[in-house]
Design a protein around this ligand. Structure first.
Ligand code: PA5
Length: 428
């Protein structure tokens, strides 16, 4: 992973950050790095996420899913941190645009009914994921999937794998039915758990190289150190923090690869849920290059000066040559390749933003493969933890999310609590 912050400098952009400001921030980065290292040494909640390369045995995950490794389709039942990493990984690494991995991360009846109607259950592996084991959407969807499998005459207990915390209703259910069960590593919050069974089970079932993903994560781990100038993840976290402090309250994340589109969604959760605290935190916006050059770019170049744009791109792409054009007006396309065109679109967009003095940062990976993806996921978790340390927020909690989850449960149970009273006031 490489991070180019040239277009975030004050000599190019407003808001921007000067080299001497960055040197000042680097002292804070060194202090934050010591805090992170201490937390990791104690496997403290949250910081433990950066120990995943050492904690996770990719081979053990592969062995655990062997009973369902013949499946052509994986159905993940989970939500938030228990779904987005898994979808990100399989979309990036499989060549069927994510069709072999269906994610039920919502309880919209239209969607669930439609998805289930299209499945051949004898060819399906069901991957149920919930760290707490209590999330209503996940448990409800699991019950619906089980019933659909029963009705189709398929024994769901033979086709289901569970990933959950040490205890809770889902762990109990898995034990009762003797389901293969993987653990969410202790101390790792949901949105930081992509590089564990939480994110890797579907990839392992679908034959992706999970070992290479973890090797990539190891490589990113080796870059962690006391200076943002030597660590791409910390550099991204520190520059985002500095730009936010200078007015970039929006972070538009724009991969230039279709297969990385879910990565922007994963990033949005990581950034919003971790850093949206104490009246601050960047609002993540999701975009896709080159598609959104033809829609959102207008705003990012000429709207409020409150946005940094983060580009993400592989350095190498497969070759798809553009056929010889048969019209004079298309002559400039002669001998080009779609990847070359996409790269040119990215360069043009960067230049367009820089020309208008709008801050942008480029993140690069070598290519779209398992190794680079592991490096990227780890690097961005480190970036987020660094940004949280610099901002002084409690990166690893999500009280607003928990409030909603508990209130929905109270409402369903007909319980009267302070939270449900707030709902009633609203509906009066
Ligand atoms: O990051 C988080 O903590 C959340 O997004 C959770 O992942 C999400 O709420 C799902 O929780 P659980 O895994 O407990 O079902």
């Amino acid at each position: 992973m490489y991070v180019d912050i040239g277009n975030a400098l004050a000599s190019v952009a407003d808001p921007g950050v000067t080299r001497s400001e960055l040197e000042g921030i680097d002292d804070q980065v060194a202090a934050a790095h010591s805090r992170i290292a201490e937390g990791r040494a104690d496997n403290e909640f949250g910081y433990a996420a950066l120990n995943l390369p050492a904690l996770v045995d990719a081979g053990a995950i592969r062995r655990a899913v062997e009973p369902v490794a013949d499946a052509g389709t994986v159905v993940t039942v989970g939500i938030g941190g228990s779904a987005l990493g898994a979808r990100t990984i399989t979309t990036a690494l499989t060549d069927d645009a994510g069709d072999s991995h269906v994610v039920l991360d919502n309880v919209d009846p239209d969607e669930v009914e439609g998805v289930l109607a299209d499945l051949s259950f004898e060819d399906v592996a069901v991957n149920v994921v919930s760290k707490s084991g209590t999330t209503a959407e996940t448990l409800a969807n699991f019950l619906v999937v089980r019933e659909a499998m029963d009705e189709a005459g398929v024994d769901w207990t033979e086709r289901t794998v569970v990933t959950t915390g040490q205890s809770g209703p889902l762990a109990d259910l898995a034990a009762e039915h003797d389901l293969p069960t993987l653990a969410v590593p202790t101390g790792v919050p949901g949105r930081f758990s992509a590089l564990s069974a939480v994110g890797l089970v579907p990839a392992a079932i679908l034959g992706c190289d999970v070992e290479a993903i973890m090797e990539g994560a190891w490589e990113a781990e080796a870059t962690l150190g006391p200076s943002l100038f030597d660590c791409p993840g910390y550099a991204y976290g520190a520059v985002s923090y500095a730009l936010e402090a200078r007015g970039a309250s929006v972070n538009a994340f724009m991969p230039y690869a279709e297969r990385l589109e879910p990565f922007a969604e994963w990033f949005a959760q990581l950034w919003a849920e971790s850093l949206g605290k104490d009246g601050g935190g960047q609002t993540p916006a999701r975009a896709l290059g080159a598609t959104d050059q033809h829609s959102q770019l207008q705003l990012y170049r000429a709207g409020r000066r409150n946005t940094m744009v983060s580009f993400l791109t592989p350095r190498e792409r497969p070759g798809v040559e553009v056929p010889e054009p048969d019209a004079e007006a298309l002559a400039y396309l002669a001998g080009t390749d779609l990847g070359e065109l996409l790269d040119a679109e990215l360069q043009a967009t960067e230049a367009s933003l820089a020309e208008a003095g709008r801050p942008n940062v480029r993140i690069e990976i070598d290519r779209l493969d398992a190794h680079s993806l592991g490096e990227l996921l780890y690097g961005m978790c480190a970036a987020c933890i660094m940004a949280g340390e610099l901002a002084g927020v409690d990166t690893f909690t999500q009280p607003a999310v928990e409030w909603g989850k508990e209130t929905a449960r109270d409402l369903l149970q007909g319980e009267e609590t302070e939270r449900t009273a707030a709902v009633e006031d609203k509906t009066e």
